[in-house]
Design a protein around this ligand. Structure first.
Ligand code: BEZ
Length: 304
């Protein structure tokens, strides 16, 4: 006996007619009559009074009808509850490098949450290298980072190249140079790099950038994190290269000047498991591009 048989039986009882029940069920009458006969044969009892017009149930038929209703309603409940549990329990865990919090990460995550109210979204700060392990071990579903780390199990997509700037004190000779400066202009400055842990990291990237232009800054201090480095700049102790989004850190006497060298950019990547191109990952890309469009940011759309 299947749920289908119960639905057929209930329709016949409620319509008191095979013809009307068949219409309600959108099936032909002969197969409906056959299914009810099969049901009676399987139960070994008569469910309808033979020859009654309108069609009446036997005592056994009435008993079966009450229980069939309960079973059908239970089945419907199980279906909706299971769907709800499935929706509530879907989780997307995102790894991210700390510096992205000063840029578009909060906007993107907020918009994504609004677009997926039933998806549980978790954020975990971790460096790009740890994101690769976390992706492979299933601890995160996507990772946002700045380093080009490759792994066959992970697909890394370049979202955009964020321009770099140099933070200087408002009294610094470059503070009013609004059009920008070159790396060669700041190579002899007291330079703060951050962070000073978990290499390779953003400080590795800035060192590599100077080398790319054949520059060798000598007066360097590595600082634990960006807020501390910018605090020291605001105190007039030196200068610091930062992604443009760090401009949201607004300390008094802190000026941000564009870096004019072509390679003075920091890439932003989204990484996910190569095999995982599910609906939520695609929708996250769409959400990122929506924010880029709103902010008039240039990008190349990822191809799936
Ligand atoms: C961005 O600033 O482009 C960005 C930040 C976090 C996640 C994705 C994109």
């Amino acid at each position: 006996m299947e749920l289908r048989h119960l639905r057929y039986f209930v329709a016949v009882v409620e319509e008191q007619s095979f013809t009307k029940a068949a219409e309600r069920l959108f099936i032909a009458q002969p197969p409906l009559s056959r299914q009810i006969q099969n049901l009676e044969a399987e139960l070994g009892v008569q469910l309808f009074e033979r020859g009654s017009r309108p069609l009446l149930t036997t005592e056994a038929g009435q008993f079966f009808y009450q229980h069939a209703l309960k079973l059908l309603s239970n089945a419907e409940e199980i279906k909706t509850m299971t769907q709800r549990v499935g929706l509530v329990q879907q989780t997307m865990t995102m790894g991210f490098v700390g510096s992205l919090l000063y840029g578009l990460l909060p906007n993107i995550v907020y918009l994504f949450r609004q677009q997926h109210p039933n998806l549980k979204i978790e954020l975990v700060e971790m460096n790009t290298k740890d994101q690769i392990d976390a992706l492979k071990e299933g601890r995160i579903d996507v990772g946002f980072g700045r380093l080009r780390i490759s792994d066959p199990a992970v697909r890394r997509v370049l979202l955009r190249e964020e321009p770099l700037m140099v933070a200087v004190h408002s009294g610094h000779r470059f503070a009013q140079q609004k059009q920008g400066v070159y790396l060669s202009d700041i190579v002899d400055e007291h330079l703060f790099l951050y962070p000073n842990y978990n290499k390779p990291n953003f400080s590795t990237q800035v060192r590599a950038l100077f080398s790319e232009y054949g520059l060798d800054p000598k007066n360097i201090n590595e600082i634990r994190e960006i807020q501390l480095a910018l605090g020291l700049v605001a105190a007039g102790e030196g200068v610091c290269v930062v992604p443009a989004s760090a401009r949201t850190i607004n300390l008094s006497h802190l000026n941000y000047i564009p870096l004019l060298d072509d390679a003075a950019v920091s890439p932003i990547f989204l990484a996910h498991r190569s095999m995982d191109e599910g609906e939520h990952i695609r929708s996250l890309f769409d959400c990122i591009y929506q924010v880029y469009d709103l902010e008039a940011i240039r990008y190349d759309r990822a191809v799936f």
